[in-house]
Design a protein around this ligand. Structure first.
Ligand SMILES: Cc1cc2nc3c(=O)[nH]c(=O)nc-3n(C[C@H](O)[C@H](O)[C@H](O)COP(=O)(O)OP(=O)(O)OC[C@H]3O[C@@H](n4cnc5c(N)ncnc54)[C@H](O)[C@@H]3O)c2cc1C
Length: 362
């Protein structure tokens, strides 16, 4: 058996680790000259969106022996609507580095992989199918799946972010739902360390959001973030991602080709989170290759989570600023807060999306 993995990112490296644990050494093809060779940003991985799991990183370590060290635990999230703010607290999840930082998830995984990585690769998928019995597509985008007519696109998103200086509590994330600067989308602040944080806006590109200029949205958000954090937030770095595609594969596997990470459809349409599913799809594809599971069956719950999240997205897109105020103001309610807390296994998002689905046009 000869296995090629195309892409040495989050999902590709996790797939390699599980293959190695089972005695298979894949060859990894990476188009860049390093692992994680892209802008540094802070991302989050939440326990609350992956119930019944109560601790995502312990789950990867204990169940699959994949070790990922976070920047910090997330103990508090402040959610701002145009005129209100609410707080969630508990063991909500983790923040982590991505990209060129030495402690990024990519670099941590790179240190756990023993297989050969061919950097600066310009092999394409067709080349690899000729030389290898199994090809795992882990390129972080839907290009190959679309080319093979195997991808349903649900939305494309424009993202702009910056690293800012200030004073930050490491375990405290902030997020904003406000159509003035992230129409139908969201904005967030994730601390990288006590002195630096990422701030970012993201919004879907539809006919009615095309009229917005990202510079104008960004200016409004930046001022609002300065006001809410009561800090100057001096910008020291910037990043931009245009038309980030969110969607999902019709088939997770075509013959001996596996789609994992964003190639599978890891990013949740509701909140743009993709790390948890990226890691899991890497693991599950490896199980299939080692005859320890059926990839298509293993991803069934991931598809369900994706569809639930799409229900959320479609509802979110319909909310006016007044409705966002009403909803976010309500999160302070003790009962709602309890649904997100660390000692529960209740999948709030699953229940809510089941209730909302009959009234939602997908
Ligand atoms: C700005 C931003 C913020 C995000 N924030 C969050 C967050 O807070 N929480 C969360 O859970 N998710 C977040 N996500 C989503 C998450 O980052 C992705 O879902 C996850 O990284 C996807 O992993 P992957 O393995 O599919 O791709 P990646 O980790 O991106 O790896 C893809 C690899 O493939 C390589 N590659 C590409 N093309 C080729 C080729 N032709 N040949 C060889 N190699 C190739 C790339 O260089 C790269 O190394 C965010 C995404 C973005 C863009």
């Amino acid at each position: 058996m000869k296995v090629a993995i195309m892409g040495a990112g989050l999902s590709g490296l996790c797939c390699a680790i599980i293959l190695e644990q089972n005695g298979i050494e894949p060859v990894i093809f990476e188009k860049r000259n390093l692992c994680g060779d892209r802008f540094i940003n802070g991302e989050a991985i939440f326990n609350i969106t992956n119930r019944p799991i109560n601790n995502c990183l312990d789950f990867f370590k204990d169940k699959y022996n994949i070790n990922l060290k976070p920047i910090s635990e997330v103990k508090e999230i402040t959610i701002y609507s145009p005129n209100f703010e609410s707080n969630l607290s508990g063991n909500l999840g983790y923040t982590n580095y991505r990209g060129r930082h030495k402690d990024s998830f990519e670099n941590q995984l790179f240190n756990q992989v023993k297989s050969e990585i061919i950097f600066n690769s310009n092999y394409d998928y067709e080349d690899l199918t000729k030389e290898f019995t199994h090809v795992v597509l882990a390129t972080g985008d839907s290009a190959y799946a679309s080319k093979l007519n195997n991808f349903k696109t649900d939305l494309t998103v424009n993202l702009r972010g910056a690293t800012v200086e200030g004073n930050f509590g490491l375990s405290h994330i902030s997020s904003w739902y406000n159509n003035e600067f992230s129409p139908k989308g969201y904005s967030y602040l994730i601390p990288l360390n006590e002195r630096e944080a990422n701030i970012s806006i993201g919004y879907p590109v539809y006919e009615d959001t095309k009229k917005y200029k990202i510079d104008d949205l960004w200016d409004k958000f930046y001022k609002r973030a300065q006001k809410d954090t009561e800090q100057k937030l001096n910008i020291i770095d910037k990043f931009e991602v245009e038309r980030y595609i969110i969607g999902i594969c019709h088939k997770a596997k075509l013959d001996n080709t596996y789609f994992i990470g964003n190639c599978f459809g890891a990013i949740s349409p509701g909140f743009g989170l993709g790390q948890f599913v990226s890691v899991l799809t890497g693991i599950y594809a490896a199980f299939d290759i080692c005859s320890k599971g059926d990839y298509e069956e293993l991803v069934v719950p991931l598809r369900e989570t994706y569809e639930n999240s799409l229900v959320f997205r479609r509802r979110l897109e319909k909310l006016s600023n007044n409705q966002l105020d009403f909803l976010i103001g309500g999160i302070n309610d003790k009962l709602i807060s309890k649904m997100f807390s660390d000692d529960t296994e209740i999948d709030f998002f699953k229940i809510a999306s089941k209730l909302l689905k009959p009234f939602t046009k997908l």
